[in-house]
Design a binder for this molecule. Sequence first.
Ligand code: NOJ
Length: 560
Amino acid sequence: MKQAWWKESVVYQIYPRSFNDSNGDGIGDIPGITEKLDYLQDLGVDVIWLSPVYQSPNDDNGYDIADYQAIMDEFGTMADWEEMLAGIHQRDMKLMMDLVVNHSSDEHRWFQEAKKAKDNPYRDYYIWRSGKDGGAPNNWESFFSGSTWEYDEASEEYFLHLFSKKQPDLNWENPRLREEIYQMMRWWMDKGVDGFRMDVINLISKVPGLPDGAKPEGHKYGDGSPYYMNGPRVHEFLHEMNQEALSKYDVMTVGETPGVNVEEAKKYTNPEREELQMVFQFEHMDLDSGPEGKWDLRPLQLRDLKDSISKWQNGLHGVGWNSLYLNNHDQPRVVSRWGDDQIYRVESAKMLGTFLHMLQGTPYIYQGEEIGMTNVRFDSIDDYQDIEILNMYKDKVIEGDADPDQVMESIYVKGRDNARTPFQWDDSANAGFTDGTPWLKVNGNYPEINAKQAVDDEQSIYHYYRQLIQLRKTHPIIVYGEYQLILDDHEQIYAYLRHDEGEKLLVITNFSDQSVDFQLPSDVSFQAEELLISNYDQTAADSLPAFTLKPYEARVYKGV
Ligand code: NOJ
């Protein structure tokens, strides 16, 4: 398999608003990140993915960009950004910026111009349509509740917004718009950025005619996703972006691609097609949702996780490349979700980290994951800030007749603010995140769960993550080895092998809070030589082929 630095890297995602506030305004900022670069270097990560820091009215915390080439005032200045980049590079790390070009903010100059008149040269940078039957042009539902269309009184037309009405979708059919985006990307790469994470990049091509989506019984809106996910020209656009911008630099790329399957992901990530290097797929993140979507709660079945992950591991092997993640700024904390954030918080966080970091692909760590930060339960909806949560609550409770307690429960389990509470640095006021009032409340468990405690404690999740990262750097089999699932039907244990040129790894993880007997299947040939890592104090290699796993125990053996 072809080797590459971006395959061998471990990425750390920073959500700047919640990371570290240097000036006491309650909002994390760029100088705050610069202060913490040593912490990240000590953890051992190679690349930082920075969620958007561009000028923005913050309808969706920076995912609504008003100027792609300026820094948000709340986060600092371009000089601060340059100093941060220099600090990252001095420490031999790299910086991946977030690229949000499916939509802009409605406060972007292009949209301001577009609104002025139908014949304004920027009008066609966005997607405008006349209404139909006295209402919106079609029945699509926005990701953030309600219609995807907003009416513009002045021109008597609607514009499309798959997300909030302050995030109008850009019209990628327009070549001038595309060239402006490529130019902007080259400008950042010339300034030294080392890659892009591309926000919902598989939504940029819409099916002409924008047909109505299927509308299930009892639903107000239709599902437009077949007409905007992986649309007809998306591969052409990404190939063009690659030729016009990416291929001229040695950069890392990952596309966020909801609704992508393995076959489609092969197209995005096969190097011969010259599009992207890897994608964030969502299949594993959707396994604990029912047919009504993310708020429709279901327990995870481990066998579903095995089926899904195995399909992706085997499907992309030798063709494309996987990204590996269990957390990000849109997902609840995985230790609360699929682990145990009470009695076995430390054990289960380490187990989940082991499971993920031993897979083939590039692992992503989300801020706070490395210290086992957990979900949060605020008493009141007023304590929440996320537009997705607030719109959904308004739609279901204030304007609908849903049971508020049930809706709050779904927010506790799935809401995005779970991941966005301020980073817990130490046990001082506001977890050491700010001297002011934090924009989103701190999780009340910060006196026990914080980075200072974790760095000081050799047995912490933080030190375990350091080890996981170091193992990847010293054992190429972790990066490149082929994956093989074993014990396919086991309901508590997820175990797999990795193979590479005569070497093998055996990864065994117990996803339950019970003790479980492990038995290496007789048709699996594995001679252990070394226990590489485990989350309990132990155990010699000679205990194979059978032993009892403790709750959430994880072990990785190297052997032949
Ligand atoms: C995906 C981002 O990760 C999410 O935070 C954002 O709300 C939407 N895209 C819209 O940009």
